[in-house]
Write a protein that binds this ligand. Structure first.
Ligand SMILES: Nc1ncnc2c1ncn2[C@@H]1O[C@H](COP(=O)(O)OP(=O)(O)OP(=O)(O)O)[C@@H](O)[C@H]1O
Length: 438
């Protein structure tokens, strides 16, 4: 069994304390499994670790790490944000001063071409603006929708409880249906939101309530640009509701139905967004296995389709990686058949790489233009896959690199599948090579 196999949340006492972990780093880090190991981190790990502290809005720890190792001043995350960007976004003047005094580049540009000064101006961080200008800061970019600071989690466990009267449902519209409820487009304090409302007929069903609470507990811990943002929940009154940001562009399934197959560059862009969200969920030691990754659970921020997020955590499991020899064994069939890894369908032991398999199926669909085995029922399709068959890749959009990636990700041996951090690196490389050859 591999070192990445995991045991169940119930066995391990659940996956606690995921307060803003990020999976972003300039280089894919080897997994960290304990606090002590973090201290002994390698160069690659140190970059990842310091960026994760910055993303957790923890300037104190960032400063301590920098004092120990000033060579980290120009560390970057996957979005090419430096510590100076983070200081500008959050308004950490002392930290910005330390960085600049220790030779940090004053005008690095992130993925959206924003410099720290542009970010500070967007957030109206006056003292940082002055500081950056005094060091020759230039205001370039300004287009980043991804640079807003994320407020730290409040210690109060139920800070997210919403009174149903706050949710304006009279003019709401049903936008989706799930197993136990419906998804509505509604308004919360004047803001358009998505409301997952449990149907009254299930409001007394203990199993449904347990699953609902589990989803709320899990969602409340998640904060990442590629994860649909949880805003609050109604758990003390009926109907039970989960309120998340509204994703104007709808889901990827509908999008692909309209568009057919995507160009390699667009599929890579979409795949990067999905892989980013998934790398965050799979971040050890508090691993979240989504278990139901499929196109209808990937949502588009708006109709420009420039930004995707992973949603629907109804079936996700929070798992604290403990004994590396244990695996999670599923008790019932879970997830959506057509995108499901064979080990799940066959009720075998599985680990977080089930999500990598589902990711391969989504990538396949984006490039091929239709679902895997469209002429077969979902059950037949999964049976074929469990017998070792894979759908043929005969669209022009499959570049050799994308073909290899899909093949690796749907490997029958779950331990042969790459991690989402590896996937991200490969996709980023493909993207850069395409840019160079354009
Ligand atoms: N935040 C959102 N913004 C816009 N549309 C959404 C949002 N959340 C869900 N939807 C729409 O509603 C559909 C169903 O949502 P979702 O899968 O979360 O429901 P569910 O009850 O968990 O379903 P299931 O029983 O399949 O798990 C999605 O495919 C999507 O089209």
């Amino acid at each position: 069994m591999s070192s990445e196999e995991v045991r169940s949340a119930a066995d391990a006492g659940g996956g606690a304390g995921r307060s803003g972990n990020v999976a972003s780093s300039s280089v894919a880090p080897p997994p960290l499994s304990s606090g002590k190991q973090k201290q002994k981190a390698t160069g690659v790990n140190r970059t990842w670790f310091i960026m994760s502290k910055a993303h957790q809005n923890d300037p104190g720890s960032v400063l301590k790490l920098l004092q120990k190792d000033p060579s980290l001043v120009d560390s970057r995350d996957y979005d090419n944000r430096t510590l100076l960007h983070m200081a500008a976004i959050y308004g950490w003047t002392d930290l910005a001063m330390f960085l600049l005094d220790h030779g940090a580049d004053v005008n690095p540009q992130n993925r959206w071409n924003n410099t720290p000064l542009a970010d500070a101006e967007r957030g109206r961080k006056r003292s940082i603006i002055e500081l950056l200008k005094s060091y020759g800061g230039l205001s370039l970019g300004h287009e980043g929708s991804h640079s807003e600071p994320i407020p730290p989690l409040l210690p109060n466990k139920r800070y997210w409880e919403i009174d149903p009267s706050e949710v304006e449902l009279s003019s709401s519209k049903i936008i989706g249906k799930g197993s136990f409820g419906e998804i509505l487009k509604a308004y919360w304090h004047g803001t358009c939101v998505a409301v997952k409302r449990i149907l009254p007929s299930y409001s007394g069903d203990e199993r449904v309530i347990r699953e609902f609470r589990h989803e709320v507990d899990l969602l409340a811990k998640l904060r990442h640009p590629n994860i649909v943002q949880f805003l609050g929940a109604v758990t003390e009154k009926t109907p039970l509701m989960i309120i998340t940001e509204y994703m104007e562009g709808g889901d990827l399934y509908q999008f692909l139905r309209k568009k057919g197959n995507l160009s390699p560059s667009r599929a890579i862009k979409f795949a990067i967004d999905i892989a980013r969200g998934m790398a965050y969920l799979h971040n050890e030691p508090d691993v979240i296995v989504h278990r139901d990754l499929k196109p209808s659970n990937v949502l588009l921020v708006n109709s420009n389709a420039g930004h995707l997020k992973v949603g629907d955590f109804g079936l996700s499991k929070s798992i604290r990686v403990g004994n590396s020899n244990d695996v999670y064994r599923m008790t019932g069939e879970t997830g959506s058949c057509r995108y499901m890894a064979p080990e799940v369908f066959l009720h075998r032991r599985y680990n977080k790489r089930v999500d990598v398999f589902s990711f391969a199926m989504i990538l396949y669909q984006m490039l091929q233009g239709y679902t895997p085995y469209p002429l077969n029922s979902a059950y037949e399709a999964t049976t074929l896959v469990s017998e070792g068959h894979r759908p043929s890749m005969n669209s022009q959009a499959f570049t050799p690199e994308l073909q290899d990636l899909v093949k690796n990700c749907w490997a029958a041996d779950m331990n042969a599948r790459p991690s989402f951090l590896d996937i991200l690196q490969r996709l980023e490389e493909m993207k850069n090579n395409m840019k160079k050859s354009a």
